[in-house]
Design a protein around this ligand. Structure first.
Ligand code: ZN
Length: 295
């Protein structure tokens, strides 16, 4: 994780790390500070942008043609937003533009450069039951319905931030660093792995990685028994292949609440927890979210 300070008004690149930025500006609206926090700037990573501007009424950022809203942190001492770098992002320098609104209708705008590096992801061959490679017509119908349902869940925007402090690992066990892995199933079907797998014994407890609202508990064809939590501000955590689920849709959960047990439902080769994170429509690496500070 990296935190950096730069005490000048315009964008400044630190000589020892091309990715770093922080800005501090003394204005007629008081002091404005913007700074970043992240593990890396490469596909699948999460970038946290914090803003201190006590007199502002709201603030937004624009990245890759998308608008992001800043939300207050837990202490209401600063605003922040999270940007997820998609797995398909090409290396290059991307513009991040921020726009801060003040009650008198005036605005302040600041721009930053994000140099995105190339993501390196291994290839893994996996053999699964043939029904997961060539689903029956009934299963295909089911899969289409499930994709629509899950997309609807991810499309909902809950304003504000429901989390309580930093994220935690949801289950005991060995965490495989296999986010983004290029997978070849039965030598014929290619896909990307959009989460990390935690190898736990069948029946191990699965906890909420942070507080939020349960927005889906279903048995899905590929993901098996699945729980999705909405943490607010377009951030969702996903828990798949459960043997048992103890929570219901619409229920609020606190960080650390036990929501179910590890199992091997859906397309798996053995019991484990598949843990995913979706941020503003993009799957990102849960391990990069763990590195960010929300206290
Ligand atoms: Zn997985």
């Amino acid at each position: 994780m990296q935190k950096f300070l730069i005490a000048i008004v315009v964008f400044f690149v630190l000589p020892f790390n091309l990715n770093a930025f922080q800005l501090s500006d003394t204005t007629d609206k008081g002091k404005i500070v913007i700074y970043s926090e992240y593990r890396d700037i490469s596909p699948g990573e999460v970038i946290k942008i914090s803003l201190q501007s006590p007199k502002c009424s709201s603030a937004k950022a624009y990245f890759e043609g998308k608008e992001y809203s800043f939300v207050p942190d837990r202490e209401h001492s600063a605003l922040f937003l999270l940007i997820g770098l998609g797995l398909d992002m090409k290396p290059g320098v991307y513009d991040l533009n921020t726009c801060i609104d003040f009650p008198d209708g005036s605005q302040k705008n600041y721009s930053f450069k994000l140099p995105v590096t190339k993501g390196i992801f291994p290839v893994r061959k996996i053999t699964v039951d043939r029904k997961f490679i060539v689903p029956s017509p009934e299963a295909q119908e089911r899969i289409i319905e499930e994709v629509e349902l899950v997309n609807e869940v991810y499309g909902a925007y809950t304003p504000g931030w429901l989390c309580n402090g930093n994220f935690i690992v949801p289950s005991n066990g060995k965490i495989r660093k296999n986010f983004g892995e290029k997978r070849v199933f039965n030598n014929e079907f290619h896909s990307r792995h959009r989460g990390v797998d935690i190898r736990s014994c069948r029946g191990s407890k699965i906890k909420a990685a942070n507080s939020g609202k349960v927005v889906l508990t279903r048995n899905l064809y590929f993901a098996g028994n699945t729980v999705i939590i909405d943490h607010g501000a377009s951030l969702f955590t996903i828990y798949c292949h459960l043997s048992k689920t103890f929570v219901k849709e619409g229920e609020s959960v606190h960080k650390g609440d036990v929501m179910g047990l590890v199992g091997s439902t859906g397309r798996v080769t053995g019991p484990h927890l598949h843990w995913g994170v979706k941020l503003a429509g993009k799957f990102v690496n849960p391990l990069s979210l763990l590195q960010l500070s929300f206290d």
